[in-house]
Design a binder for this molecule. Structure first.
Ligand code: PGA
Length: 251
């Protein structure tokens, strides 16, 4: 059985004053069956770790470098994220692929480094609107998965997030059928590449404009094991109901 997962991606938002959201989220869900992860800006990981101590909440980074250390000004290694309290790291988010020109090969190198440190890589894939309109969605997703996912992946060290670029931060979401088509396709590809056992154990998240109002519908789609949530993860008031919807789906 795959343990469901709700991951909040704060992106470049929040400060020390936001840490109260962690307390409120933990108070709303003191013992969830699902896994609940917050990925704050790296500067907040250590205080967030201290805040989350004694709660089931887990933490993640939003990116890491492929090298363990060295002359890479401005970058953060997987080991540094781990030391700061992260158990997860988001890699290959479309904002990294777009804003920083990250290729699938680079994402794979980063994910390999993260897994070597014992972190779980949340590898993001997703098509542009023009690619969906040209009926290329599955080709794009398949290509990104092949390029970005490391060979040594397992259900413990890999999560894949399907995030259509046109759905991120826009309030637009694919239909349940469209999400299901992609998630079933991703499951089949993982089973073909890693074998049925590993392929079935990797959790698949949907991301892109997930809100309390659409979470129940999205979580009912086959092969959706949870969500990667941006804007609606910034406050416990918005994120806790999404976790509740996931808990209900898990039941
Ligand atoms: P959003 O972002 O929920 O604000 O659309 C999702 C993401 O980019 O992970």
């Amino acid at each position: 059985m795959r343990r469901r997962l709700a991951a909040g991606n704060w992106k470049m938002n929040g400060g020390l004053a936001s840490l109260g959201e962690i307390d409120a989220l933990a108070a709303a869900h003191p013992a969830p069956r699902s896994e609940v992860v917050i990925c704050p800006p790296a500067t907040l990981l250590v205080p967030a770790r201290d805040r989350a101590r004694g709660t089931p909440l887990r933490l993640g980074g939003q990116d890491c470098h492929a090298e363990p250390a060295g002359a890479h000004t401005g970058d953060i290694s997987a080991a540094m994220l781990k030391e700061a309290g992260a158990a997860y790291v988001i890699l290959g988010h479309s904002e990294r692929r777009g804003d920083h020109g990250e290729t699938g090969e680079l994402v794979r190198a980063k994910a390999t480094a993260a897994q070597a440190e014992g972190l779980t890589a949340i590898v993001c894939v997703g098509e542009q609107l023009s690619e969906r309109e040209a009926a290329n969605t599955l080709d794009i997703i398949g290509g990104q998965m092949s390029a970005s996912i490391p060979d040594g992946s397992t259900g413990h060290n890999l999560v894949v997030a399907y995030e259509p670029v046109w759905a991120i931060g826009t309030g637009r979401t694919p239909t349940p059928d469209q999400i299901g088509e992609v998630h079933d396709f991703m499951r089949a590809r993982l089973e073909r590449r890693f074998g049925a056992g590993v392929g079935r154990s990797v959790r698949l998240l949907y991301g892109g404009s997930v809100r309390a109002g659409n979470a129940e519908t999205i979580f009912a789609v086959s092969n959706v094991d949870g969500a990667l949530v941006g804007g609606a993860s910034l406050t416990a008031a918005e994120f806790a109901p999404i976790v509740s919807a996931l808990e209900a789906a898990a039941g």
